[in-house]
Design a protein around this ligand. Sequence first.
Ligand SMILES: O=P(O)(O)OC[C@H]1O[C@H](OP(=O)(O)OP(=O)(O)O)[C@H](O)[C@@H]1O
Ligand code: HPA
Length: 187
Amino acid sequence: MLKILRESLLNAPIVHRGKYHYFIHPISDGVPRLEPELLEEVTEHILGMVSKDFDKIIAIEAMGIPLATAISMKTGVPFCIIRKRQYGLEGEIKLSQETGYSKGELYINDIFEGDRVLIVDDVISTGGTLVALMSALEGVGATVTDAIVVIERGDGVSRLKEMGIDVKTLVRIDVTEKGVSIEDIHE
Ligand SMILES: O=P(O)(O)OC[C@H]1O[C@H](OP(=O)(O)OP(=O)(O)O)[C@H](O)[C@@H]1O
Ligand code: HPA
């Protein structure tokens, strides 16, 4: 299972973003090209791991979007994108996002009290993005039915666990300047 994901990760090139070893992969970058077979493998696997009682899918710009699109088309549930752009609509919520290599703002629109949301994203690393998003959703009064991320590296998942938040992932990797190694993969 997850054969295409496994092999593509082992072949991922590494570049430096400051001190951060950044792997480049179709799921996390759209580079090299994202083959439909990989997207199908990953999204089918996600649907086997989450409960089905969500009424909105939330994706974080940019690389949560292909995952959310595929899941939306398979389930008939709409998706909302947490954008890096401000719209200024009433009720818009601003989040500060900090990752291992970047800082910026994210904006939530069209999520309300009582919504049951599935969060999907491509990578979790420091967990900074999901910590900020989860606390904003709690403030709104939305229920997160599952938070699922394809690729896990670093200590983000354990950081969220200490806060009482479970994040599911398909694969855990280690990244050095030599490349990616697989520490654990969901079967
Ligand atoms: O766990 P963290 O350290 O917060 O890192 C994870 C975030 O980093 C990436 O986002 P990025 O801003 O690079 O966006 P992209 O999807 O446009 O590549 C990824 O898509 C996550 O949202
Ligand atoms: O190393 C990475 N590669 C791609 N996307 C990412 N998002 C956080 N870390 C990474």
